[in-house]
Write a protein that binds this ligand. Structure first.
Ligand code: NI
Length: 136
């Protein structure tokens, strides 16, 4: 384990009591690990919402490959954004429905724009972008 720094925190008893209740339910065995995770969450939130922040993540989409030329448009978009796409996984869910997961990386704005463009394609029924940071 790398070197750690201890610091004191002043907090109202009611707030601490609620914090302890929640972290206990979530399985934390001590406050330090819960606070570290909160700090990591803040860093991820900052990196994924700040211009220039570097992110990694996934775009998960579900689409009907029989609608329009969604398959070709998706392929074209992925080739255009090959610098932000690390890999893709495609599952043929049923006769018409496809599930695709794209592993993406790069600056937050570019990744978000790619996700928006994919989700806006006709035939894409739902899409979800999940971003995290490697800087934690
Ligand atoms: Ni398919």
């Amino acid at each position: 384990m790398e070197k750690v720094v201890r610091f004191g925190v002043s907090i109202e008893p009611d707030l601490l009591s609620k914090f302890d209740e929640i972290i206990g339910k979530r399985g934390y065995t001590n406050r330090s690990e819960a606070v570290r995770d909160l700090v990591r969450e803040l860093i991820v939130e900052y990196d994924t919402t700040t211009d220039g922040g570097e992110v990694v993540g996934t775009i998960t989409i579900i689409y009907d490959h029989d609608i329009g030329d969604v398959t070709n448009r998706l392929l074209h978009l992925q080739h255009q954004h090959n610098s932000e796409i690390s890999s893709t996984m495609h599952i043929h869910v049923d006769a018409h429905t496809c599930l695709e997961v794209l592993v993406v990386y790069g600056c937050a704005e570019a990744v978000r724009k790619l996700s928006d463009n994919i989700r806006a394609l006709r035939g894409v029924k739902h899409g979800e972008l999940v971003m995290t940071s490697t800087g934690i």
